[in-house]
Design a protein around this ligand. Structure first.
Ligand code: SF4
Length: 464
């Protein structure tokens, strides 16, 4: 078996079966009960047996067979280097709007992976285009009940989809969705909306056809295309402006009202960016039907506000003035300003610091793609007292104290010796930091964070 096809153990959970079996990080799981494993989906099915023959390859290349009995629902308790042991499936497309192609040269490798792997869609909520999927994949989806999946639809017009994805096979979107439905899978869908391309009448058609696919289709998210200054694709793309965003909101609201009347839920959600761009309030919580596409960034702003409103004020009394700089992307700065202003705390001075994204270009306005260099450039340009600096945790690599440009949180802290630098994730943290700065400290160990993924979405990192 090739090196690729074994599950390499990264971490052993304390008190787990794996610890009892004396497995260590670096060990590879080669097979279970003679069955080779393609990914953690195979592993979890193989581990459903009560009698296990586990073939391990140790770091020195020695193989060992470990046989043991277990409860049928007992898990190994390990984390793997990758959830897919036979390698991530790459995408077969060259989309006009591919964000991976717009990443600055020299950025971290993990940001440049063009994955299009239905297994990662099932496991982590990554969006897939299904252009690289064949009958065996749908058979496996049916056999292993891999549902729901997350599908990047973009548009239902076959010719336009093939054109936008620069992939002939992309025209088969309706057929592939039919295959998914026949395999018994439900799916959430996404449209990356490009002004003048798949909006207007094309969006109307896409919505109509996806809506008709309920209940297999569980939701439809529409997000505006993001463009960085590194985009070299010759096809001209434009980002939405305030009027364009307002037009999309008005168009989609008609559908939302119709579906609300039909089945009491919204089903179609717009990326927060449309509301922020158009200068409109984000919809209320119940509009989001439990936030099915929160990991895709849909409803993050409302969620942030909810968390803020639900969180208690900390009882800290500030005897001395506290000066906090709140670093943020430009799009949500007004919302943070509003929330901070609603807090009535003596001696608390909050300054919202919207940072222009020089690294990716000023059209990129989200907090999660800010680099440490841009943040520090902005902070260095400001005068005045500073007790603390709040940075958006989404700008840090998941589970690590490292920014996108490889600057560490510690390096940033060393640059500002007179102020304490603390990451903040969500409205609860934000309120806790502002109202209880003296005791606020964010312990990031074991955090489940959002990371940017290839098809302009955000995905949550989970562990097996
Ligand atoms: S946007 Fe996604 S599917 Fe399209 S080329 Fe980029 S990685 Fe591939």
């Amino acid at each position: 078996m090739s090196k690729q096809h074994a599950g390499v153990i990264l971490r052993i959970y304390p008190g787990s079966l794996a610890e009892e079996l004396e497995l260590v990080p670096g060990d590879k799981i080669v097979s279970i009960n003679g069955q080779e494993l393609r990914d953690i989906i195979d592993l979890s099915f193989a581990m459903a047996d009560e009698e296990i023959d586990l073939l391990i390859e140790h770091a020195d290349g020695e193989q060992e067979m470990i046989s043991f009995d277990k409860e049928f629902d007992e898990e190994l308790g390990v984390e793997f280097e990758s959830a897919v042991f036979d390698g991530i499936r790459n995408c077969a497309n060259h989309c006009y709007f591919c964000f991976v192609d717009m990443i600055a040269p020299n950025m971290r490798g993990s940001l440049s992976i063009k994955d299009d792997d239905y297994r990662l869609s099932f496991l982590y909520g990554n969006f897939v285009t299904m252009t690289n999927m064949g009958p065996a994949d749908f058979k496996r989806i049916e056999q292993f009940h891999l549902s729901p999946l997350y599908v990047s639809v973009q548009c239902m017009n076959p010719e336009l989809r093939a054109q936008m994805l620069r992939c002939k096979g992309a025209a088969r979107i309706a057929e592939q969705l039919d295959n998914l439905e026949r395999a018994g899978a439900e799916y959430h869908t996404q449209v990356v909306l490009c002004s003048g391309l798949n909006d207007g009448e094309e969006l109307e058609r896409t919505i109509r056809e996806i809506v008709a696919r309920r209940p297999h289709a569980q939701s439809l998210a529409i997000v505006p295309v993001g463009i960085t200054k590194y985009r070299t694709d010759p096809f001209p793309l434009e980002q939405f402006d305030a009027q364009g965003a307002a037009r999309v909101i008005d168009q989609v609201e008609k559908w939302q009202r119709k579906i609300q009347q039909e089945e009491g839920r919204t089903f179609i959600y717009l990326g927060d960016e449309f509301y922020l761009l158009a200068g409109r309030d984000v919809p209320p919580s119940d509009f989001y039907d439990g936030f099915p596409q929160l990991d895709n960034g849909i409803g993050l702003t409302r969620n942030f506000i909810n968390d803020w409103e639900a969180a208690p004020d900390q009882p800290d009394v500030y005897d001395e003035p506290v000066y906090l700089d709140v670093v943020t992307g430009t799009s949500v700065a007004p919302m943070l300003q509003k929330l901070a202003a609603s807090l009535d705390k003596e001696n608390l001075h909050v300054r919202i610091v919207p940072v222009e994204n020089d690294h990716f270009g000023h059209t990129v306005n989200v907090s999660g793609l800010l680099t440490a260099k841009d943040i520090m450039r902005k902070l260095d340009s400001l005068s005045g007292k500073r007790t603390g600096i709040l940075i958006p945790e989404s700008a840090l690599r998941s589970g690590e104290d490292v920014f996108l440009d490889d600057v560490t949180l510690q390096q940033m802290q060393a640059h500002y010796p007179a102020a304490r630098v603390e990451p903040v994730q969500g409205g609860k943290d934000f309120r806790a930091a502002l109202s209880g700065w003296t005791s606020y400290h964010k312990d990031r160990s074991g955090e489940t964070a959002y990371t940017w993924q290839s098809n302009a979405g955000y995905t949550k990192n989970i562990q097996y």
